[in-house]
Design a binder for this molecule. Structure first.
Ligand SMILES: Nc1ncnc2c1ncn2[C@@H]1O[C@H](COP(=O)(O)OP(=O)(O)O[C@H]2O[C@H](CO)[C@@H](O)[C@H](O)[C@H]2O)[C@@H](O)[C@H]1O
Length: 470
């Protein structure tokens, strides 16, 4: 089958969060299964794009509304990611350093989606499926089925994967004219409440809707930022497929970002070496348990509670624990996390910003990884932690519930029910007890490192789903 993944992010081309990890890995595993999976993303001004070689495969003009734009489709020459990578360059719209956060994000992603379809519609052959990821590509299912100019590809199945229903990409009806012509009576398929809502539109129009864990699919029926009733209505065509991880990129034995590689047999010495190096950089004490948080500092991750959680835990445990944070997001959370550095020097530190290298060093050097998420569609951090022998401390929600079993149930993680200061500090107390029971701690590390969360199975689940659509 020929599968076209269309996305705003793809690791290592452009990454903000987990969406990039999925789009950078799933196609590779689909290719390994003998299919042809390709990826289309906007051509941002990122390091990967600047440092890779591309050839122009298509050069044309398009428009959204009255705005004409020139776009070029560039193909990465060496296939170094394990799939064909196409980037769409739209001068003045895509060629910026950040993926999101601009006032004209609506225009940028509408233009990207129109350019993608304008290009595909003039191919001599038809792909087998267009796989859209999140709201940035959410207008594609509607446009493929309804816009006159895309009629030649209207029989190509579209699949939407919801990585996070918190973000929907709404914009006003005054911008309806951005879309290529369609019968206006079909316009209702674009809207939800009082706006054009790309995520809602894709839920209505895609042939299949998937999300990234079975539990999150259930939870969305009652908690999806206003889309609950729509999701209930479209449940018949929806399925939850648990994400995998790229076990080539995330392999503690070969990870070039670590101070020392390790495997199941050498995990104790390997983790200690990485912990020592990490503690050295962040002025922490490697003889104490190291708790970490990695992620976007936003409410859905429970980040607003982190400063109080850490303050309470550090007060309770005195000199017996270390905490290290890596993240960026809400300014006031960043500020408070920075403030704690002065209060708890030598046992707490925070790196405010985005740093892939430091994240790998932390998965390897940490003893525990905290994820007190309010919403977690799948979560990849806990899967990386498991592979690197780091015990996840998670709230029982979404994909966290589907992937982490509590030590009290013969599992390998520490689970709690609520995103609250009490629940998380209690979980930290349990973690300290586990850490002090050296035999049990070692056994838990071994158990979790043996778990296979690679994409092999999930990639096949997606193929089976596409095949039903043929
Ligand atoms: N400051 C920083 N520096 C370096 N690396 C950082 C970082 N902040 C985050 N990361 C990295 O970004 C990724 C985060 O992935 P997640 O899946 O946990 O969350 P996210 O909410 O972005 O993804 C959404 O999509 C994914 C994919 O489907 C779902 O798993 C998830 O539940 C959903 O919310 C990890 O690779 C992590 O290491």
């Amino acid at each position: 089958m020929e599968i076209i993944h269309i996305s705003a992010e793809c690791y290592p081309v452009a990454k903000v969060g987990g969406l990039a990890d999925v789009v950078g890995a799933l196609p590779k595993y689909q290719n390994k299964l003998g299919h042809i999976a390709k990826v289309v993303v906007p051509a941002y001004d990122t390091k990967f794009i600047r440092e890779s070689e591309f050839e122009v495969t298509y050069d044309a003009w398009a428009n959204y509304g009255n705005n004409h734009f020139r776009y070029r489709i560039l193909k990465e020459k060496t296939n170094k990611l394990g799939f064909d990578l196409y980037i769409i360059h739209i001068q003045g719209l895509t060629d910026r350093p950040n993926v999101y956060g601009y006032k004209d994000d609506t225009e940028r992603f509408v233009a990207f989606q129109i350019a993608t379809l304008d290009w595909i519609v003039q191919w001599e052959h038809r792909p087998d499926v267009l796989h859209c990821h999140d709201h940035h590509t959410g207008l594609i299912p509607f446009m493929v089925s309804n816009c006159v100019k895309y009629k030649p590809i209207s029989s190509v199945p579209t699949v939407l994967t919801i990585h996070n229903a918190q973000y929907q990409g709404q914009f006003g009806w005054d911008k309806l004219y951005y879309l290529p012509a369609f019968d206006l009576w079909k316009g209702g398929l674009l809207g939800w409440e009082d706006a054009i809502n790309p995520l809602a539109s894709a839920i209505k129009c895609a042939w299949k809707v998937t999300t990234v864990s079975p539990s999150y699919l259930d939870e969305m029926m009652n908690n999806a930022r206003g889309l609950e009733s729509l999701l209930r209505q479209e449940r018949w065509k929806s399925v939850g497929i648990l994400n995998g991880i790229d076990s080539e990129v995330w392999d503690p034995e070969t990870d070039p970002m670590l101070s020392k590689g390790y495997n199941l047999k050498t995990v104790e010495a390997g983790k200690l070496a990485n912990k020592t190096a990490l503690c050295d950089v962040f002025q922490l004490d490697p003889s104490k348990p190291l708790f970490t948080f990695i992620g976007r500092l936003v409410d859905e991750k429970g980040a607003d509670l982190l400063p109080d959680i850490f303050y309470t835990a550090l007060q309770q445990h005195g000199d017996n624990i270390n905490i290290l944070v890596l993240g960026s997001g809400d300014n006031w959370v960043e500020g408070r996390l920075n403030q704690l550095k002065g209060i708890f020097a030598g046992k707490y530190n925070a790196y405010i910003g985005y740093n892939e290298q430091v994240s790998h060093e932390m998965y390897a050097g940490a003893d525990f990884l905290i994820m007190p998420s309010r919403v977690e569609p799948c979560g990849l951090n806990q899967l990386y932690a498991l592979r690197y022998g780091t015990v996840p401390i998670v709230r029982r929600i979404g994909g966290l519930k589907d992937t982490v079993i509590d030590i009290g149930d013969n599992g390998f993680g520490i689970c709690h029910d609520q995103t609250s200061i009490w629940d998380v500090t209690h979980a930290i107390n349990r973690a300290v007890e586990l850490y002090n029971d050296k035999k049990a701690f070692k056994a838990v590390r071994k158990t979790m490192m043996k778990i296979d969360h690679s994409w092999d199975n999930a990639a096949l689940n997606y193929i089976e789903l596409y095949q039903i659509l043929k």
